[in-house]
Design a protein around this ligand. Structure first.
Ligand code: TYM
Length: 333
């Protein structure tokens, strides 16, 4: 029997992934590649929804690819590629835009949050239709499951809705995918403001994996907690402390319950120190491996080219099936 298909993507929008990306998504990407036919992409087309410097963009895509290798994605087992190398993503995205209601797109919370902060006037149409490109990313590979953090749940619901809508209107074409969200680490919170998720756009409360170990430790040790003193896992009343327990659990491959058993009832200080040490123990070798991949640009280029070919081969039949179902015909033969 064919192995289940997995697809996920990550944006190359900063100089380093952060521990939210790593614990919320990338660790699952690595473990899922054993028993699944996995496709993972650096979504550079999503990154251009906001303006940026081309030279920086090029570099960030390479650093992102190197970090995915460093995280343990094995290009022999999984298909690791850059989104813009596969034109079918943009082609199917247009189809998905035509299937999405304007009101439906307007309800996407990521767009609403972003424009609430920065004003809608300066946002691009691409930022508005961003979720439709994500839907195309997933449906092109007939993915059964999509490993992501909690913040992507709404985009996955849209993916399921559009797959069902297309199948209903034009005939069975797409697999309807399931979200794969690991509860304990699905939402890592900002260390300075535990009412918000950790995000690269707020660097003060965000731990970047490629940062110097000292800086990583300092951020964890100065995490905001609360005015009580006793460690207890209670995400509603003690979000800061609960976040540290989640981070320590993820960094040491344990469950939150196991970590709470060890640190519960104790003071905050030892928990912060343990979390800092555990994250540094993950980040330091990760950064070292990333630098190793970046030091061999020819090999990186070779892997990216190989990934592009494999991904194109997998995506093309789905695009053709979708076009045929829509009555779009190739007149070129
Ligand atoms: P992106 O690039 O923002 O994040 C990559 C992955 O990291 C997860 N994540 C988190 N998990 C836990 N806690 C956090 N604080 C945290 N911050 C980020 C995200 O949930 C994500 O899984 N739209 C997507 C990229 C994308 C995609 C796709 C994902 C494009 N096409 C197709 C899946 C399938 C995004 O912006 O992720």
């Amino acid at each position: 029997m064919a192995r289940p298909r997995i697809l996920s993507g990550i944006q190359p929008t900063s100089d380093s992934f952060h521990i939210g990306n790593y614990f919320g998504a990338l660790r699952q990407w690595v473990s899922l590649q054993d028993d699944n036919d996995a496709f993972y992409c650096v979504v550079d087309l999503h990154a251009i929804t906001v303006p940026g410097d081309p030279q920086v963009q090029r570099e960030r895509t390479r650093v992102s690819y190197a970090q995915l290798l460093a995280a343990g994605i094995d290009p022999q087992r999984a298909t690791l590629f850059v989104q813009s190398d596969v034109p079918a993503h943009s082609q199917l995205a247009w189809v998905m835009m035509c299937l999405t209601g304007y009101g439906e797109a307007s309800r996407m919370t990521q767009f609403k949050d972003k424009t609430a902060r920065e004003g809608a006037g300066s946002a691009s149409v691409g930022l508005f239709t961003y979720p439709c490109l994500q839907v195309a990313d997933i449906l092109l590979y007939q993915a059964n499951a999509v490993p992501v953090g909690e913040d992507q749940r709404q985009h996955l619901e849209l993916t399921r809705d559009l797959a069902e809508r297309f199948n209903h209107r034009y005939g069975q074409t797409f697999v309807v995918p399931e979200p794969y969200i690991v509860k304990d680490s699905a939402k890592i919170l900002d260390l300075q403001d535990p009412s918000a998720k950790m995000s690269k756009s707020v660097p003060a409360g965000c731990v970047f994996l490629l940062d110097p170990p000292k800086q990583i430790a300092k951020k964890l040790k100065s995490a905001v907690t609360d005015s009580q003193t006793e460690v207890r896992y209670d995400p509603v009343n003690k979000p800061g402390v609960s976040n540290l327990l989640s981070i320590l659990a993820a960094a040491t491959d344990r469950t939150v319950a196991q970590v709470e058993e060890e640190y519960g009832g104790g003071m905050y200080g030892p928990l912060k120190v343990a979390a800092a040490e555990a994250v540094v123990a993950v980040a330091e070798p990760f950064a070292e491996r990333t630098r190793g991949y970046l030091a061999d640009p020819a090999e990186l280029n070779r892997l990216m080219a190989e990934g592009a070919v494999k991904a194109r081969q997998a995506a093309q039949p789905t695009l053709q099936a979708a076009y045929a179902a829509l009555g779009l015909q190739s007149h070129a033969q």
